[in-house]
Design a protein around this ligand. Structure first.
Ligand SMILES: C=C(O[C@@H]1C=C(C(=O)O)C=C[C@H]1O)C(=O)O
Ligand SMILES: [Mg+2]
Length: 452
């Protein structure tokens, strides 16, 4: 098949759309696609005039998506009980048999507390237009939703969305920001109090792990382009997921996270325990020494083992088989390294994505153990709303799905950059060292923002 330029691809997709014979009794969700050409995806999405804008780059996959506009969405802004979410999910799944239809979105860290308004506690979108890359192949797609029966209106909306697409403008590297002020919530004093509360004998006996986190707000007096930032971040941590959600010009949530919640292909599930942290060395020998110390360290091993054990236990009732690495490996990022154990499961027939999400999220890598008691502590004491930070972001469709854990993330607002970092507090945690771990987790994004 010949590879056409983007304007040609848009034209041929529009022609397909005009000719499409839509049957009122047919499936309500329809997708059309054509091959397209090489495209810098983040620059492309940043140049488009419409919202939502969604970017997704999987980890260990040759896959990248830039998605635009909304063909259909479901958002839960207020309390969402697990049954509602499950029902909405099942309804979406039944609307099409097309393997390529995907809903992109996220679930907040804590879907039982107040969340960021536009993002909601759970929010999934079937985009109007998608540009997808798989290896060297690019495809332009358009989605239609004819549930209401107004086929011509839907066709027109899709044609208009394609006509509104513009060529990408190149992304300039981000300007180094002029930092007006920085504030941390909890601040250092409060952090010490919280870590001491969690590591207190009586508390930790019943609650062996709480992942405490901090919101760092940077006030700036210039406009920060979230997509430029994401593109730079991507360059520094290639072995991470990179994604962004922007529902309006005022706010964007971006992440460059190393952590997979799960990837499913048919009934096969890949997940992992990623927890336990140290810094990178200044040279190879020092780096190897730090990695070995991390592998040998009791506190860090305990942080990781609790996650591994919990994930195995949570997946066992849903699976025919669950296997997990006994020995941890080291996962290296540009400024830090983590302990990592791979976990694989084969689901029982009929188990759906929502059941996996419900069983896993939030894992003790970002919540704690036992889940309820750790989340309760976070809800009552942390002192800010996590929103989508440490939430589950990704996509699902019938045959495969992938969700990342939205850590190493930032919420970009006018005049303000909100950064998030957390650390697993277990027996043996020291407040000062854990505070430094938070600082280390912000190093990559801070270096992009402030170093010349
Ligand atoms: C919570 C975060 O990271 C988590 C905590 C880690 C730790 O304490 O060692 C390591 C990776 C993640 O499981 C974060 O980066 O915000
Ligand atoms: Mg840690």
């Amino acid at each position: 098949m010949s590879v056409s330029s983007l304007p040609q691809a848009i034209q041929s997709l529009s022609r397909k759309l005009e000719k499409l014979d839509i049957h009122p009794q047919g499936e309500p969700i329809i997708q059309l696609s054509v091959t397209a050409c090489v495209m810098p995806m983040i620059a492309w999405i940043a140049s488009q005039p419409c919202y939502p804008r969604i970017y997704w780059h999987g980890r260990d996959t040759q896959e990248e998506v830039a998605a635009l506009g909304c063909c259909k969405d479901f958002i839960f802004e207020d309390a969402v009980d697990d049954n509602q979410l499950s029902q909405a999910y099942q309804t979406q799944r039944s609307l099409s048999t097309n393997q390529e239809i995907r809903y992109y979105g996220g679930v907040a860290f804590d879907r039982h507390t107040e969340c960021w308004p536009e993002y909601g506690r759970a929010h999934f979108i079937l985009p109007r237009v998608e540009l997808r890359r798989s290896g060297d192949e690019y495809k332009l797609l358009v989605n239609l939703n004819v549930e209401s029966g107004d086929i011509e209106q839907e066709r027109n909306l899709a044609l208009q969305a394609l006509a509104a697409l513009v060529p990408p403008k190149p992304l300039a590297p981000p300007n180094k920001i002029q930092l007006l002020s920085r504030s941390d919530r909890p601040n250092k004093l409060r952090w010490h109090e919280l870590v001491n509360q969690v590591t207190h004998d009586r508390f930790i006996q019943d609650t062996p792990k709480v992942v405490l986190s901090r919101l760092t707000q940077l006030e700036v007096n210039e406009k920060v382009d979230p997509w430029m930032l994401l593109a730079s971040w991507q360059g520094r941590n290639q072995n991470s997921f990179q994604f962004g959600f922007q529902f309006s010009p005022e706010s964007a949530f971006i992440s460059c996270t190393p952590e997979r919640l799960y990837r499913r292909r048919q009934r096969e599930v890949f997940t992992e325990a990623l927890a336990g942290t140290t810094t990178r060395g200044l040279n190879e020998a020092e780096d190897a020494m730090l990695a070995q110390q991390l592998l040998d360290d009791t506190k860090n091993s305990h942080e990781n083992q609790l996650v591994r054990e919990h994930i195995v236990d949570a997946l066992t009732p849903l699976s025919n088989y669950v296997g997990a690495d006994e020995l941890a490996k080291v996962f290296k990022l540009s400024h830090i390294q983590h302990l990592h154990r791979a976990i694989r499961a084969e689901l029982k027939p009929g188990v759906n994505d929502f059941q996996i999400l419900q069983a896993l999220h939030p894992t003790p890598a970002v919540g704690g153990l036992p889940k309820a008691s750790a989340i309760n502590f976070i809800r009552q004491r942390e002192g800010y709303t996590r929103g989508w930070y440490a939430g589950a972001c990704g996509y699902f469709n019938k045959y495969e799905s992938e969700f990342a854990v939205a850590i190493r993330s930032a919420l970009i607002e006018p005049g303000r950059i909100n950064l998030f970092a957390g650390a697993g507090i277990v027996s043996g945690s020291e407040a000062e060292a854990e505070w430094n771990e938070l600082e280390n987790k912000l190093k990559t994004i801070m270096s992009i923002l402030t170093e010349v």
